[in-house]
Design a protein around this ligand. Structure first.
Ligand code: B12
Ligand code: SF4
Length: 481
């Protein structure tokens, strides 16, 4: 039996395709479990190699599993399923992943998919493939949904597997794509998950629902063992709340230090944990932490409470300072509410500018327009108000809820948030920081590869080209000295 795993063709968020292609870790886990049971498996990463039919002809899979983690990819995956079935209706198609879990009914009723796997996929997919190959009852396979005699069946879910038992992901199956994986300007990026789920329950987030509000962790030994085997210099921890267990994070730090592992890290953390543990941040900086993503979400405690964030503005500010004091770049995300008026946009802009300035401009603000995503409480509350069913637009930069301001005005003020908080001088300042030498080299390489100088020249901005050339020269000097 030859199951094949594919990732989606193209993300619909502008810019993400180019600069954010991480290895398909979920599929690598599934593949590890199938290989262990003697199946032949391959991974086709369609973000890099879009030729599906060529791959099917070559590999001749009997089962294809495809991943749908993003609401923005739902239409894409439905098209992919149609394409596979058109090519060979005998191939069994299975969809799994974060969003497939919450939209199982939709996939079953609006596409030709044979099975949906809900929640963690390792054991469910392995059992399903076993039943499809050797025979058996799909009704016995937990976590799967399918249609039988015109009726939708959603089998119950199994207990969550302790992460300590997880097999290592079959990373070798994407060796052919490895050089292409990147995270913004980081090249040679490896991805690792060390926890799953989150103990909090923010109303706009679906992560905690996916993992039944449980927070599972891998032991520090298992994490560091995995890190040691990864050849990449840059590591993206794709946990949603990496620091939650601070004793564990401290132990991982100690082990990385003891073993002399030399890598650069990015993780996502809550501001309250950072605010309470400045020493832990200092230690992680020492072993290579370069960037942290923090969901600040709002600039008033009242707004935070409404989102059920269970955090404070004071923690947000404290965390930003701690990160900046350690020379760590903060990606700080804010949510733009549909009821925002001009004053709210102004207040947010001023707040972010102040935060940025106070923290030596080591701050990348990010602005997400409130988007009820399937699986979240917010979706349940607001789904009748959503103005479009086109999932391509559920990417946090489109307006899908009615706004208080006229739409055009809202959009204009939204764009202004970015144009007023980013400028070349700020980027240059950040990248001239010695700590970012490797990132900056990567950034320069990326810019040249994607034709930035040509782009600037074409738009008749030689002065900008000159400016960038000076920044690069300055950077080279800093690097050499
Ligand atoms: C890394 C990441 C990213 C990376 C993606 C890199 C890439 N794709 O190359 C970046 C930073 C670019 C990103 C971007 C975005 N992301 Co993101 N991202 C994540 C994150 C943190 C980790 C994903 C991951 O690798 N998990 C680890 C692996 C092991 O798990 P997994 O992939 O889920 O796979 C398991 C199961 O899902 C299942 N499974 C998966 N595929 C399949 C397939 C089959 C056949 C089967 C049987 C099972 C199965 O089995 C696997 C093993 O158990 C998740 C949160 C999370 N923890 O999952 C958010 C998450 C998926 N992202 C989210 C969002 C909202 C976005 C953005 C829209 C954010 C934005 N404002 O722009 C964009 C959209 C990008 C797009 N493509 O459209 C949301 C999605 C919510 C939703 N309902 O749509 C999540 C859940 C985060 C959140 N807090 O809500 N993201
Ligand atoms: S937004 Fe972050 S803290 Fe809140 S539930 Fe989601 S992962 Fe947890």
């Amino acid at each position: 039996m030859q199951p094949d795993c594919v990732t989606s063709k193209k993300s619909l968020v502008p810019g993400f395709d180019e600069s954010n292609v991480l290895e398909p870790l979920g599929l690598e886990y599934l593949a590890a479990y199938l290989l262990d049971h003697g199946h032949e498996v391959d991974i086709l990463d369609m973000r890099i190699d879009g030729n599906l039919t060529k791959a099917i002809k070559k590999f001749k899979p009997e089962i294809i599993g495809t991943s749908c983690n993003y609401t923005t990819n739902v239409n894409l995956i439905k098209d992919l399923i149609t394409e596979i079935k058109k090519f060979d209706s005998g191939i069994k198609v299975v969809v799994g992943g974060h969003v497939a879990t919450f939209l199982a009914h939709e996939f079953l009723s609006e596409s030709e998919v044979d099975f949906v796997v809900r929640g963690d996929g390792e054991l469910a997919f392995q059992e399903l493939v076993g039943v499809l190959v050797k025979g058996g009852e799909v009704s016995q396979v937990k976590n799967i949904s399918f249609v039988k005699d015109g009726k939708e069946i959603h089998n119950p879910v199994r207990d969550l597997m302790p992460l300590e038992e997880l097999k290592a992901p079959a990373r070798h199956l994407v060796d052919k794509y490895r050089k292409k994986y990147s995270s913004f300007y980081w090249r040679s990026v490896g991805t690792i998950d060390t926890t799953r789920g989150c103990p909090y329950n923010c109303n706009f987030c679906s992560v905690w629902k996916f993992s039944q509000q449980k927070y599972r962790v891998k032991s520090p030994e298992k994490v560091v063992n995995e890190l040691e085997q990864m050849p990449e210099k840059y590591i993206v921890f794709c946990d949603n709340n990496f620091l939650e267990n601070t004793t564990r994070a401290e132990k991982i730090y100690q082990l990385i230090k003891e073993k002399g592992i030399q890598k650069k890290y990015y993780f996502i953390a809550r501001s309250d944990t950072i605010a309470r543990n400045p020493d832990l941040i200092r230690k992680w900086r020492e072993i290579g932490l370069l960037e942290v993503f923090v969901g600040f979400e709002a600039i008033s405690s009242e707004a935070l409470n409404k989102m059920n964030k269970r955090n404070t503005i004071e923690n947000n500010e404290k965390a930003t300072k701690i990160l900046a004091d350690n020379g760590i770049i903060t990606f700080g995300s804010f949510i733009i509410l549909p009821e925002f008026e001009e004053n709210d946009f102004k207040a947010l802009l001023n707040y972010v500018k102040k935060l940025d300035k106070e923290n030596s401009h080591l701050f990348y603000p990010m602005f997400s327009i409130l988007t009820p995503l399937p699986g979240s409480d917010l979706y349940q509350e607001q789904k009748n108000k959503i103005t479009t069913k086109n999932y391509d637009l559920y990417n946090n930069v489109n307006i899908i809820l009615p706004t208080k301001l006229p739409k055009k005005k809202f959009e204009k003020l939204y764009v202004k948030l970015y144009s007023k908080t980013y400028n070349l001088l700020k980027l240059a300042r950040m990248h001239l920081n010695k700590a970012f030498v490797p990132s900056t080299l990567s950034f320069i390489q990326f810019s040249f590869k994607h034709g930035l100088p040509w782009f600037l020249w074409k738009f008749k901005k030689p002065q900008t080209c000159l400016f960038i050339a000076l920044v690069i020269a300055g950077f080279v000097l800093v690097y050499l000295l």
